[in-house]
Design a protein around this ligand. Sequence first.
Ligand code: AMP
Length: 197
Amino acid sequence: MLNLILFGPPGSGKGTQATMLKERYDLLHISTGDIFRNELKNHTALGLEVQQYMEAGQLVPDDLTIRILADFTEKNSTSKGIIFDGFPRTIAQADALDAFLSSKNTPVSLVLALQVNDNELIKRILLRGSFSGRSDDQDQSVVTKRLAVYNNQTAPLIDYYKKQNKLRALNGEGSIEEIFSSLCNQIDPISNRSVYQ
Ligand code: AMP
């Protein structure tokens, strides 16, 4: 299986690139943020539970997030592989993912880290908020909080995956096509496709 983690701060373009990578490599795309937003939209019990965290720009607790991820993956099993977008975001989530994938006899293949400077991230997120309606993309203090949460709780995963020799850092600034192409350059050698089309 090709199991990719698309890693990076909020606004680094993970969702956009994951949608394109999903098509190219025929992968299941899992975005924990999308799953939570969908629950919120449908006013489910889970949606109500996660709402306060999302609106405050904080992470949803690990036990809940890990359970949701495992459930979604089991329900949508695919033989080709998975692209994880916005998960893992803590060391506990990364440990749980390793354990979960080991139980399926398949490892994380690569962690692709998109690097974008903070000013550009804030600009992109507020722009997205102006047409997406996402409340956590519209309030500058929540956006700043999310970046701080990323730096404190999620960025330590860079070392975690460096130690496993799985991390590939990429420039996340540039055109969508340029970034997609540099992602494919990393993935193609380990996927079944050898030629970039
Ligand atoms: P995203 O769309 O990935 O930026 O996620 C939006 C919000 O959903 C985050 O600010 C968190 O509140 C929550 N969230 C998404 N993924 C996770 C995760 N892996 N762990 C904890 N909270 C998450």
